[in-house]
Design a protein around this ligand. Structure first.
Ligand code: PLP
Length: 397
């Protein structure tokens, strides 16, 4: 007796409708080419520092291989509270932090808590495509609200955002500093966004994962970007998603956290139970090392990003590239004058320059025509990539 394989038509439509990543096609096209400089990914080129790896191996060696707390081991939740106190200058309760296997699962739980079938979630675009994916998989609708761009860079259109609110809207996703644009909200922007959320009874899902990578001095507060934490009250409905991935070169470890008001604890713990049933303890030990001892590594990462950003800015010297300087994160999001189809240009850059970039169309319609370049790499690579792109530019428009 054989087991019947269900036909595809029996899948939930939400599962099939989740958008495929627009970066994968380009990455598959370029991956493995000899000499290619792959700048399509959202990560740096440094491996995780040894002191972090050693914390994990020590944990394994002492037999920490069992099931654990859903929300994270108390030591990591306390380390998160210490880190937040240092960074935001306010005492923090360890019970606000829910450890998770990366920012992505934290996002999925945040969305699942606030939006489902029939609901809408507003996302300023261009945006990290996984916001849309997480919303669609939850059964809700992602409503993109295009950002504005001028000579100074990208900015959020608050009026347009508020006009997009309907009776079905449940949440706003605010990613500052933004992947891919580098837009970084000022305290005024954040206060205005909170006001919109309060007026309409919405949740804010705040993604400030690139907050330590801030390049615009006017937007820097104590080595980080402005945060909702600076302007919110305890009554505000804000869920923060966070990750170890970028700051400490830990993308492959899958370690992040959700920050939420402690009364939501039982709901979040339950959702984690049915998602991962808790994050491996040895991975969490690595997280404690990163938080407690990782500032000098992070300072090196930030310096690397600043150097990369300065090099990429040279692309504008050709006069063929529009690149508003990114205020934060580690991406250059630029347009080649006259070029229309970003994916086509990304493919041609692989063939003609042996450089891999992500097509802006992967970040929503508002990104069409743009390319995203990750500059968190050693300077020689970024320099060589910029040289090759500049050389190919006259043929690309
Ligand atoms: N948020 C943004 C804006 C991102 O760009 C990423 C990764 O690229 C993440 C969250 C999640 O990272 P991870 O799932 O590796 O923690």
């Amino acid at each position: 007796s054989s087991i019947a394989i269900p036909s595809l038509s029996k899948l939930r439509p939400e599962a099939e409708q989740a958008p495929a990543s627009g970066i994968v096609d380009v990455a598959n096209y370029g991956r493995g080419r000899p000499g290619i400089i792959p700048l399509w990914v959202g990560e740096g080129d440094l491996p995780t520092p040894a002191f972090i790896c050693e914390a994990a191996t020590r944990s394994l060696a002492t037999g920490e291989t069992f099931y654990t707390y859903q929300s994270g081991i108390p030591e990591l939740r306390e380390a998160l509270a210490r880190y937040h106190e240092r960074l935001y200058g306010k005492a923090s309760d360890p019970e606000r932090f829910f450890v998770n296997s990366g920012g992505m699962p934290a996002l999925q739980i945040a969305i699942r808590m606030v939006a489902g079938t029939g609901d809408e979630v507003l996302v300023p675009t261009p945006a990290w495509p996984n916001f849309v994916g997480a919303i669609v998989i939850a059964g809700a609708q992602a409503v993109g609200v295009p950002m504005n761009i001028d000579a100074h860079g990208w900015n959020i259109d608050l009026e347009r955002l508020e006009k997009a609110v309907t009776p079905r809207t449940r949440a706003l996703v605010i990613n500052s500093p933004s992947n891919p644009t580098g837009w970084t909200a000022s305290h005024d922007d954040l206060s205005a966004l909170l006001d919109i959320a309060r007026r309409h009874g919405l949740w804010i899902i705040a993604d400030e994962i690139y907050g330590r990578f801030i390049h615009d001095p006017t937007l820097t507060v104590g080595g980080r970007s402005p945060s909702f934490r600076d302007v919110m009250t305890p009554e505000d409905c804000v869920l923060f998603i966070q990750t170890f991935s970028k700051n400490w070169a830990m993308t492959g470890w899958r370690l992040g956290w959700l920050e939420a008001p402690p009364p939501l604890g039982p709901v979040i713990e339950n959702l984690i139970q049915y998602q991962t049933s808790g994050t491996p303890v040895f991975i969490q030990r690595a997280g404690i090392a990163a938080l407690d001892e990782g500032e000098s590594f992070l300072a090196d990462q930030i310096a690397r990003a600043r150097a990369g950003r300065a090099i990429v800015q040279r692309l504008t010297e050709s006069g063929l590239v529009e690149l508003p300087p990114p205020s934060g994160a580690f991406y250059a999001f630029f347009k080649i004058r006259g070029a229309k189809n970003a994916k086509d240009i990304a493919m041609r850059l692989i063939d003609e320059a042996n450089v891999g970039l992500a097509p802006g169309s992967a970040f929503g319609d508002a990104g069409e025509g743009y390319l995203r370049l990750c500059y968190l790499r050693k300077a020689e690579d970024v320099e060589e990539a910029v040289r090759r792109i500049a050389e190919a530019l006259p043929r690309l428009a």
